[in-house]
Design a protein around this ligand. Sequence first.
Ligand SMILES: COC(=O)N1C[C@@H]2C[C@@H]3O[C@]2(Cc2nccnc23)C1
Length: 130
Amino acid sequence: EEQEEDVLRELRLFLRNVIERLSLDRRFKAFTKPVDIEEVPDYMTVIRRPMDLSTLLTNIDEQRYVTVGEFMNDADLIWQNALEYNPDSDPMDRHIRHRACALKDTVRAMIRDELDEDFERVCEDVRESR
Ligand SMILES: COC(=O)N1C[C@@H]2C[C@@H]3O[C@]2(Cc2nccnc23)C1
């Protein structure tokens, strides 16, 4: 009912704000758009579920996330894929892995610091009711 739509609208606003702030952080530039498979032809053979900040934003607008946990499952793909695709000791791989770890920690810190646990519980109740 209406209250449910109010909660989901507030969730979308919160998640869009998180993505907006991540997208402004220069460390996370490589994560803002899908990896270009013309530049990196083998990417799709290594990474089964590509994810990036712009795709997360599209998913929010398409109302795919009813809980923060569902959002986090996709957000985690961004850094997990980067660690998997860039495992080598060369400086470029190390550089993107450092940024992937920074992205992981930054997203978790934002959620811990800014998401009210009672609000997330209401979102989970909405998910269970559907
Ligand atoms: C999230 O971003 C990544 O996992 N990557 C891996 C790719 C390998 C390397 O860096 C990326 C883009 C790229 N393009 C051209 C040549 N080499 C590269 C970004």
